[in-house]
Structure formats: C-alpha cells, structure tokens
Design a protein around this ligand. Structure first.
Ligand code: CU
Length: 185
C-alpha cells in the first residue's frame, strides 16, 4: 500500500512536489517456521520519507509480532540478503549489507551489518512484540534499499544475538523462521 500523508499536517500547500515528499511506503513479511513448528508472525515495515530529503535520511519502523517461540527466550533477528526461504532458510543468505563495508558474513563485522536489529524477546507464552526504527535500510530505491535485485528476508534465529564480532554463531546460530519482505501495493 502506498499512501500519501495528508498535507493538512504540514500546512495547506497544494504543491505536488511537497505531497510526493510525504509518501509512506509499507512492506510486510510473514514469518514461518519449519513445518513441524508453531512459529508464526507478521512484520510490518513503514518508511516515512522526510519532508525535505535534502536534510534528513528516511527511516524505517520495524514492527513485529511473533508467536510460537520457546518461552522466556531471546532470538537473533535480522534482515538477510536474499528474498528466499526455500528449499531451507539458508537460502536467505547472509546479513543484508550492501555497503559501503559490504560484509554479509553473519559472524564478521557483526552487529554492524545494515540488516542487524535488536533481539526478539519471547515472554512466558512464547510471544514477542518488537518495535524498532532503523536508518540502515530503506524501502524506497537507493543504495540501502531492501528491494534490490534479489530482495530481502527476515530470519529469526534459534539463539540470542550476542552482539559480538568474529564469534561463530554469535549472531544467533541456526535459523528458526524466515519471511520474505514484500512491498505493499
Ligand atoms: Cu541473521
């Protein structure tokens, strides 16, 4: 869904250019676990483009609701580089990191990949609610766009992201769930 924010909020200008600069872009990913798991979830990404793109970079709000996690656990949660969850979650590749450093290896230069996010934290019922705003990615076109040639996907990891650099599995180890990011028309 591409919605245009009302100009009422920024004055009564009828300028088309100004209206274009208030565009909101939304994308959604549906998280699925392995066929024998109860893991499911929905992630909504919203980019509110700045009123004046010459002054501020766009940011993307990431909201997630995930259920079916083990109770009272933390899970690494990242945007990975390829919009693929099949034949297994490894198909999503490494961490989204188009540059300028461009290191997609989950263990290297972590947690500084463009797709790195805080942990998902499951409560006693195995539900996690997550809200974060990142300036490391965009939904609009550009060098940090999640909608590059091969798209992008979310991965939920088995273990906690320790936020370490150069430690094997420190970003959360194996993959519990996967969801392809799709732009809403
Ligand atoms: Cu990851």
């Amino acid at each position: 869904m591409v919605a245009t924010v009302s100009c009422d909020q920024i004055g009564d200008s009828q300028s088309t250019a100004e209206a274009d600069n208030t565009e909101q872009i939304v994308a959604v990913a549906e998280i699925k676990g392995a066929s024998d798991s109860n893991l499911s979830g929905t992630i909504t990404l919203t980019e509110n483009q700045p009123l004046d793109t010459s002054e501020i970079l766009p940011t993307v709000e990431v909201k997630a609701e995930v259920s079916g996690l083990p109770p009272n656990t933390k899970h690494g949660f990242h945007i990975h580089q390829t919009a693929k969850c099949e034949p297994d979650f490894g198909a999503a590749g490494g961490h989204f990191d188009p540059g300028p450093y461009g290191e997609t290896n989950p263990d290297a230069n972590h947690p500084f990949h463009m797709g790195d996010l805080p942990n998902l934290v499951a409560d006693a019922q195995g539900n996690a609610v997550f809200t974060h705003r990142t300036s490391r990615v965009t939904l609009s076109s550009g060098p940090l766009s999640l909608f590059d040639e091969d798209g992008s996907a979310f991965i939920v990891h088995i273990d906690e992201d320790q936020g370490t650099t150069g430690v094997q599995g420190g970003a959360g180890g194996g993959r519990l769930g996967c969801g392809i990011i799709e732009k809403q028309a």
